[in-house]
Design a protein around this ligand. Sequence first.
Ligand code: SF4
Length: 71
Amino acid sequence: MSRLCKIVPERCIACGLCALYAPEVFDYDDNGVVLFSQEPKAYQQFIAVKDQEDVIKAYKRCPVRAILLEK
Ligand code: SF4
């Protein structure tokens, strides 16, 4: 099962948490701002990600809600 995920780089404070939890989904640009590791240009659209605990953890732990998940 997968869920739709979107990132909001404008909110990201480059804390480095999300890729720690879900490195196969999240990565960072040269400034440490979040991007999708598989689709680095997809930041204004939802993409399907596996509904895994690590993605949910990253979503919950992001301090500025720069990661959005749809059910
Ligand atoms: S957890 Fe949130 S604030 Fe931290 S790097 Fe990831 S998207 Fe940015």
